[in-house]
Design a protein around this ligand. Structure first.
Ligand code: FAD
Ligand code: AMP
Length: 473
């Protein structure tokens, strides 16, 4: 039986990063992954590289180019005639990017001498992992581990009264594979994924209707930003219905009939395709958790402490399959921490400074607490905001929608949260993360020189605004 210092189950951004870091630290490492791509071949990278972060950003970019040429070039004096859209080419480009990256991870595995075991991993008593072939190829094998890292990720949630056929009723994976732009697209769920994918197809010309069960829009986001974002997305053409709970959907003739109810009663909506984006759930199927006494909580998450230790010594769990936000970078950081702790280091992850991004246009990004959360904690705070319309660079780019908000402790001025709605918010938020990691105050941010003209000046101005010192508003 082969023996390894570390066996990782799951090759997404949590698992593959844990494997690379383990190998860098001199630990003999194997990683088991069962993912098989649409070409029938095994691929590393998990949801993120194959059906999540990367392919969605590839389509996002294509759709933004199309939208700009069609709707935004005119004001620059640029006229494009004969504009056409080739969705299959767009999908091909996306697939190429995915394959470049997944092959890149396989290359990193080779370089770091990590054994890639292709198949389904199942825990067995005595720190063993059974690897079974999934595509009918290869032999079953059992490997012995000193340490096991579980990184089995998450899968899309669905609703009881509908069937995902990946043709007319699709989950997020199917929504990355449309062969043409649907005329009418329904999206269930105005969460991170529903808004991102809804925006992609809307920019490409689909009429998009979003049905969201909750009355509040983006409840986890800063309230002012959520309100501005709702207004902006509606202005862009997304037909967002809040307080609209979908009960069932049936494929009927050429389309899909969706039954939903809101405060006014029951309604039916007919669409050509329906994206079900009602969240994701932790994935522990077939892991054999009960037999090995691994504690999985009532919501299906593997129970871990702050260092990602499970209830079984030397078995760890990281990424989407454990508590915390389902974000790739959160999983990767947990992977690094666990590998380093196995190697005897004292690494920890600061869960309070994990940045969130919603990849709409403009983007929404934040780190730390919202005013609503601070009010709940009865913590005294002060805040400064700066609208993008007052930024010279935003004006030059015609990207004047949005704002930056910096929230600090009323007594110490330590930054407690930064919330951004605007072009390049996903990049701008990095400055706020660094500031918060170093426990900076708004005053510290205000003292830092920001290049002119850049979008980052809006962060600077919002920090000045905490002490009512903004210069350009
Ligand atoms: P996963 O990436 O889900 O990987 C788990 C892997 O384990 C899979 O390959 C799976 O096949 C394998 N596996 C599971 N069980 C077993 C087993 N028993 N044996 C062998 N293999 C197994 N996050 C961001 O941070 N930024 C984004 O922009 C972003 N965009 C997204 C867009 C979409 C459309 C979706 C769906 C998700 C997006 N996410 C994004 C979320 C992100 O993809 C996840 O947070 C991330 O992939 C989680 O990483 P993970 O390693 O925990 O799990
Ligand atoms: P997220 O977890 O960010 O991907 O968001 C998923 C969204 O789907 C949440 O805002 C949920 O409120 C929403 N949702 C879940 N079930 C339903 C349903 N039956 N009808 C409409 N929206 C739903």
């Amino acid at each position: 039986m082969k023996e390894f210092d570390v066996v990782v189950i799951g090759g997404g951004p949590a698992g593959y990063v844990a494997a690379i870091r383990s190998a860098q630290l001199g630990l003999s490492t194997a990683l088991v992954d069962e993912y098989v791509g649409k070409d029938g071949k095994h691929a590393l990278g998990g949801t993120c590289l194959n059906a999540g972060c990367i392919p969605s950003k590839a389509l996002l970019d294509s759709s933004e180019h199309y939208h700009r040429v069609k709707h935004k070039f005119g004001s620059h004096g640029i006229t494009a005639t004969g504009l056409t859209l080739d969705v299959s080419k767009m999908i091909e480009r996306k697939d190429k990017i995915v394959s470049t990256l997944t092959k890149g991870v396989a290359g990193l595995f080779k370089k770091n001498k990590i054994t890639w075991l292709q198949g389904h991993g199942r825990l067995e008593l005595g720190m063993k992992v059974r690897v079974s072939p999934v595509a009918g190829e290869g032999e079953e094998e059992v490997v012995q581990a000193k340490h096991i890292i579980l990184a089995t990720g998450s899968v899309p949630r669905t609703l009881p009264n509908l069937t995902i056929d990946q043709e007319k009723v699709v989950d997020s994976t199917g929504a990355l594979e449309f062969k043409e732009v649907p005329k009418r697209l329904g999206v269930i769920g105005a969460g991170v994924i529903g808004l991102e994918l809804g925006s992609v197809w809307s920019r490409l010309g689909a009429e998009v209707v979003v049905l969201e069960a909750m009355d509040d829009f983006l409840a986890m986001t800063d309230e002012q930003i959520a309100a501005e974002a709702l207004k902006e997305f509606k202005r862009q053409g997304l037909d967002i219905h809040l307080g609209a709970r979908v009960n069932k959907a049936d494929v009927s003739g050429a389309g899909v009939v969706v039954d939903y109810e809101d405060a006014e009663g029951e309604h039916q909506l007919e669409v050509d395709k329906l994206v079900v984006a009602v969240g994701r759930k932790p994935h522990t199927d077939g892991l054999n958790s009960t037999e090995v006494d691994l504690f999985v909580d009532e919501s299906g998450y593997i129970h871990v402490d702050e260092f990602c230790c499970t209830n079984i010594p030397d078995i760890y769990a990281i990424g989407d399959v454990v508590r915390g936000p389902m974000l790739a970078h959160k999983g990767s950081e947990e992977g690094i921490m666990v590998a380093e702790r196995i190697a005897g280091k004292k690494t920890r992850v600061n869960h309070d400074t994990i940045p969130w991004v919603i990849y709409t246009w403009p983007e929404i990004a934040w780190v730390g607490k919202t005013e609503k959360a601070l009010k709940k904690e009865a913590r005294e705070f002060q805040s400064g905001t700066f609208p993008m319309r007052a930024s010279g660079r935003a004006l030059a780019m015609e990207e004047t929608v949005g704002l930056v908000k910096v929230i600090t402790d009323a007594g110490t001025d330590e930054i407690l949260g930064v919330h951004i709605f605007g072009a390049a918010a996903s990049e701008l938020i990095a400055e706020a993360v660094v500031a918060m990691e170093y426990k900076a105050s708004a005053e510290d941010l205000a003292c830092i020189v920001h290049a002119h003209p850049t979008m980052s000046e809006a962060v600077h101005e919002a920090a000045l605004g905490v002490h009512k010192r903004s210069l350009h508003i």
